[in-house]
Every structure is written in structure tokens, then in C-alpha cells.
Design a protein around this ligand. Structure first.
Ligand code: KE4
Length: 431
């Protein structure tokens, strides 16, 4: 699909950047073909360097819940840039963004702003280990928390699964402190707590999984994990880098009424600029340097430019009805895709929470990593390119979330559903 300037840039990019990209998923390896180079975004649309436009469902992987180049964000950035981008000193805007986050997120009384989701989650785990004095962390298959060593771990063999690294460069000593359970399976979590409860510093999870594709929590799952953490003295960490301000103004912890001990944020709170945060109960957060001994630092943490974008974004999200709009649009997209699946007879599952959803090319419901990985990734690749040809830009991987924004319209959704119908017919014809 990609030709012209994108193709030429792709050749050059591979000379300077590993795999031609600065983050692996962008390389289109999961869907084949060469990535499009994008030069502009406006509202729900993106424009590639060869002048083609697309309805965008990646939204920079979640941050752009207002759409691209929202006037309020652009205005805030323009004004702040003229006054300086970073001082390495306290600035009013970091206090302002922190105030908004504390007011919105039930589990956050105090927070530290950082520069990525990875920084947020790695710092939260260090803090949990310091607070409890315990070494081990439990994560879930299919949940992604960034690229810090303790998280690039997959379930090993054996019942109570010790982790094994998913990347070279991670010492076995690090991997041995990470345990891995199956998302939505409380029995495994209980068994791990029975076996290792006294060593567990924390359980970290995406309360709505987005990184195996969208997988909602089963009723009672989050509550069960919350109860086990409380019973054994481990901290519950919600990684809300995707779900924060996405599935509700107060994130998944508001939507599902389960409050963690620590929360990690990113993406939306930066409005498209690099920002992350970790926060929680004051008695835990006061352990963070310089008020406490747990070291964490960052040159650009709380920089006024990123704060300006985040504040402008949360301002818009504080207006009434925005989440009702996202919910309605998400429902229309889900229903439209389901009807296209029915009409074409292509086996598929649609999982959705609010304005994040995934179409899995799978015969059975997708409720965890094991069922997610059964999806037909070849069918997804065909679907992806057929949608791209019709001007719809989806995540270049079956195991990611599609994101709607406030800039998407009902017409955009109708066009997307029509394109999906034609793309599914192409898959049908291939069978
Ligand atoms: P970053 O370090 O990429 O800002 O955030 C890491 C992270 C942490 N937690 C969750 C739940 C996340 O989804 C992420 C990053 N998400 C991926 C997409 N699923 C970012 C895209 C990429 O890696 O290029």
C-alpha cells in the first residue's frame, strides 16, 4: 500500500533507526507491508506524506481522546512555548495538573509526574517493594506495563508460574521476582498468594486489558484481586496508562468501583506530549524522594509544555456528557461491526469498554491471553490492509485497542462500518 515518499522515507529510516522505527509496533511487522509516514493530524483524521487521509483509530495509542490538534491544546502549547518549554524547577502548571488528577482519580491522594508510562509503572513497583519490604511482583499474561525489566516477563512452565524473560538482557534474578498469572482467573491468583503471599509486594494489572486487545475484567475479578491483596498485605497497582480518563473521568477504578493502592497514568494526561504519573495513598507516596528514601527523578518531569497540553485536555474532559458521547459512539461502532460480521459470516468477537475496542478474528469469546492468541492474525492482517485502502487507519496488530475520540462523528463510524463490511467480504472470499 505504501509507495512514494513513505516508501523512500522507510528506506532511509532503516539506515538510522533499529527496524526503521522508534517503537516496535509501528513497524507493521504484525500485519506486513511498510508503515505510512504521517505528517499531519486534525480531529479524527491523519494525513500521510503522500497526501492520503485516514479516519484514525490509533490516536497515538490512546493519548488523543480529543482528536488531533485540538484548538485548546494547540493554543495552550503555543502560549507556553513562547514562555519557555522547561525549567528544571517547580512551575505552577505541574501543581495545576496534579490537582486535577487528585480531584478526578479515587485512589490518588498524592502523585509524582514522570515522562512515560514505563517510568510510572517501574517507579510504582519500586515504591511498593520499599513500602512492603517484599521482593516479588505478580503480573498477568497479556498485560503490558512498558519495557522495564520486571515487566518483560512471560509465564514460565509449571502451575505457579515463575516468570521467564521475554527479552534478552534481563537477568534471571530479576525475572525470578516476577510471578505471572492468567488475567480473569482468580483461582490462579489465590494459589499464587497461598504459595508466595508473604513475599508479594504488589499485584499490577491493567484493570481493562488493552495490550492483548481489549479484554474487560470478568465480574468479581478486580474485587477478588483487591481482597487478596488486602488479606496478604500486598499493594494493588492499577496500570491505568490506557484506561485513565479513557473509560471514565476517574478511570477504570471509578467505572468498576474498585480502588487500588497505587495508580499509574500516562497517555491522556499528557494530551499527546510525553507524560506519565504514579500516585496513591499519601502514606505510601510520602516515601518517594525527597520526602522519603525511595529515589525517583526526571529532568523533564512536570515540564510546563507537557503540563499545558495535559491541563487543556483534562479541561475538555471535565465538561459534562463527553463520556456519554464516547460511550454512544463506541456502541454504534461495536454494533455496526457485529452486524457486518453477521452479514458476511466471518467469525469474529468484538470486545469493548467505552471508547476502546478490539475486533478479534476468533471463533470463541476472548476473555484472557490464551483465548486472545487463538485469533487469526492472518485474517486481521488482510482486514487491516483492506481498511487502510478504504481510508481507515487501525492499529497494525490484532492485539491492540482501537480508540475513538471526541473528534470522531457518527458519519465517521458509519463510513468505518461500511469499510469493515467490504473488508470482511474480502476475507470471506479468501476462505
Ligand atoms: P509508555 O512507556 O509507552 O509511555 O507506556 C507504557 C505502557 C504502560 N502501561 C500500559 C497499559 C500501556 O498500554 C503502555 C504502552 N502502550 C503501548 C500500546 N499498547 C504503547 C505503544 C508503543 O509501545 O509504541
Amino acid at each position: 500500500m505504501s509507495e512514494g515518499l513513505s516508501a523512500r522515507l522507510w528506506e532511509e529510516a532503516q539506515r538510522y533507526l533499529p527496524g526503521g522505527v522508534n517503537s516496535p509496533v509501528r513497524a507493521f511487522k504484525a500485519v506486513g507491508g511498510t508503515p505510512l509516514f504521517l505528517e499531519r493530524g486534525e480531529g479524527a483524521r491523519i494525513y500521510d506524506v503522500d497526501g492520503r487521509s485516514y479516519i484514525d483509530y490509533v490516536g497515538s495509542w490512546g493519548p488523543l481522546v480529543l482528536g488531533h490538534a485540538h484548538p485548546k491544546v494547540v493554543e495552550a502549547l503555543t502560549q507556553q512555548a513562547a514562555r519557555g518549554t522547561s525549567f528544571g524547577a517547580p512551575c505552577p502548571l505541574e501543581v495545576e495538573l496534579a490537582r486535577r488528577i487528585v480531584a478526578a482519580v479515587p485512589g490518588i491522594e498524592m502523585l509524582r509526574l514522570v515522562n512515560s508510562g514505563t517510568e510510572a509503572t517501574m517507579s510504582a513497583v519500586r515504591l511498593a517493594r520499599a513500602y512492603t519490604g517484599r521482593p516479588k511482583v505478580l503480573k498477568f499474561e497479556g498485560c503490558y506495563h512498558g519495557h522495564a525489566d520486571p515487566f518483560l516477563i512471560q509465564a514460565g512452565s509449571g502451575a505457579l508460574t515463575f516468570g521467564v524473560p521475554t527479552s534478552p538482557g534481563i537477568p534471571l534474578g530479576v525475572a525470578s521476582e516476577t510471578l505471572v498469572a492468567r488475567f480473569n482467573d482468580l483461582s490462579v491468583v489465590e494459589a499464587i498468594f497461598q504459595e508466595h503471599g508473604s513475599e508479594l509486594a504488589a499485584v499490577i494489572l491493567e484493570p481493562v486489558a488493552g495490550n492483548m486487545g481489549v479484554v474487560p475484567p470478568r465480574p468479581g475479578f478486580l474485587e477478588g484481586v483487591r481482597d487478596l491483596c488486602r488479606a496478604f498485605g500486598a499493594l494493588l497497582i492499577f496500570d491505568e496508562v490506557i484506561t485513565g480518563f479513557r473509560v471514565a473521568h476517574g478511570g477504570a477504578q471509578e467505572r468498576y468501583q474498585v480502588t487500588p493502592d497505587l495508580t499509574c497514568l500516562g497517555k491522556i494526561i499528557g494530551g499527546g506530549l510525553p507524560v506519565g504519573a504514579f500516585g496513591g495513598r499519601k502514606e505510601i507516596m510520602e516515601l518517594v524522594a525527597p520526602s522519603g528514601p525511595v529515589y525517583q527523578a526526571g529532568t523533564l518531569s512536570g515540564n510546563p509544555l507537557a503540563m499545558a497540553a495535559g491541563i487543556a485536555t483534562l479541561d475538555v474532559l471535565s465538561q459534562g456528557q463527553v463520556y456519554d458521547y464516547l460511550e454512544r459512539l463506541g456502541q454504534e461502532l461495536e454494533e455496526g461491526i457485529r452486524s457486518a460480521l453477521d452479514e458476511t459470516g466471518v467469525p469474529g468477537q468484538v470486545n469493548r469498554v467505552g471508547s476502546m475496542l478490539t475486533l478479534f478474528f476468533a471463533d470463541e469469546p476472548v476473555q484472557d491471553f490464551n483465548t486472545a492468541v487463538k485469533a487469526d492474525t492472518a485474517a486481521y492482517a488482510t482486514f487491516f490492509h483492506a481498511m487502510l485502502e478504504q481510508g481507515v487507519y487501525l492499529p497494525p496488530s490484532q492485539f491492540e485497542a482501537w480508540f475513538l475520540s471526541l473528534a470522531h462523528t457518527r458519519e465517521d463510524v458509519a463510513r468505518t462500518v461500511e469499510a469493515a463490511r467490504l473488508a470482511l467480504q474480502r476475507i470471506r472470499a479468501k476462505v
